[in-house]
Design a protein around this ligand. Structure first.
Ligand code: NAP
Length: 244
């Protein structure tokens, strides 16, 4: 991966931040994207290993922001080798109570924005005849989950989207894959009460939650040049709670 240029969305916190740091330690030049100014703290970390990296505050649901992201990457580095679509949100509710806004918000960030950014990123990748696209899905895209009809639909949709893209661009030496995390220790899961945590752990054969580093490791594997014959796949990182 050394010398490659990667865009990572949702890199200000959680899993995205660790993916960015892991790639930086492998001498990848990063272009970090998030909706919050906190992205500049993430950039400071990344620059320890990858000093030329850049970051921008951009809302992935805004078409203009996405266009600017790809334009800025090409202007700064002249190439875009790796795209990690990691930004994602939840708006959980039982279906009977789910509001249109909760459905729309999740689909906009978790699926529509990825369609748009991937379409933009494919232009330079097709021209260069090289690309690695890694989309962060979720185990619930494969299993479903009560209270997460919107989120599960977005992540299942992402897997279908990824397979279609993979088939379309394979001849150009561009791969598209998903990494589907199970329960990962992040700010979100830290807030779980002991009972909920116990219930989750009882479903995980490994007996513990994963770490963002476990996910980042899988992303780096699929983003490497040497993974060029793997495409349209979903790599599950879930301690055995679902075996696809
Ligand atoms: P997180 O800490 O909340 O990170 C989400 C990132 O997405 C943040 O950097 C956030 O940036 C960014 N983001 C959200 N909306 C955005 C928007 N409109 N425009 C630009 N950036 C936006 O969550 P995480 O747990 O690390 O999750 C990362 C990915 O892993 C998500 O796709 C999630 O669905 C998936 N996942 C997580 C788990 C888990 O257990 N944590 C399990 C399965 C899958 P700002 O808030 O700074 O704008």
């Amino acid at each position: 991966m050394e010398g490659r240029v990667a865009v990572v969305t949702g890199a200000s916190s959680g899993i995205g931040r660790v993916i960015a740091n892991e790639m930086a330690s492998r001498k990848v030049t990063l272009f970090l994207v998030s909706n919050e100014p906190a992205i500049m703290d993430a950039l400071t970390e990344v620059r320890v290993h990858s000093p030329q990296s850049l970051a921008v505050v951009a809302d992935v649901t805004r078409v203009d922001d996405l266009t600017k992201v790809v334009d800025q990457v090409m202007e700064a580095f002249g190439r875009l080798d790796i795209l990690v679509n990691n930004a994602g949100i939840t708006r959980d509710n039982l279906l009977m109570r789910m509001k249109d806004e909760e459905w729309d918000a999740v689909l906009a960030v978790n699926l529509t924005s990825i369609f748009r950014l991937t379409r933009l990123a494919l232009k330079p990748m097709m021209k260069a005849r090289y690309g690695r696209i890694v989309n962060i899905a979720s185990v619930v895209g494969a299993t479903g989950n009560p209270g997460q009809a919107n989120y599960a639909a977005s992540k299942a949709g992402l897997m279908g989207f990824t397979k279609s893209v993979a088939a379309e661009v394979a001849s150009r030496n561009i791969t598209a894959n998903c990494v589907a995390p199970g329960f990962i220790r992040t700010a979100m899961t830290d807030k779980l009460n002991p009972k909920a945590r116990e219930a989750i752990l009882s479903r995980i054969p490994m007996g513990e939650m994963g770490t963002p580093a476990d996910v980042a490791n899988a992303v780096c594997f699929l983003a490497a040049q040497s993974s060029g014959y793997i495409t349209g796949e979903t790599l599950h990182v879930n301690g055995g709670m679902y075996m696809g």
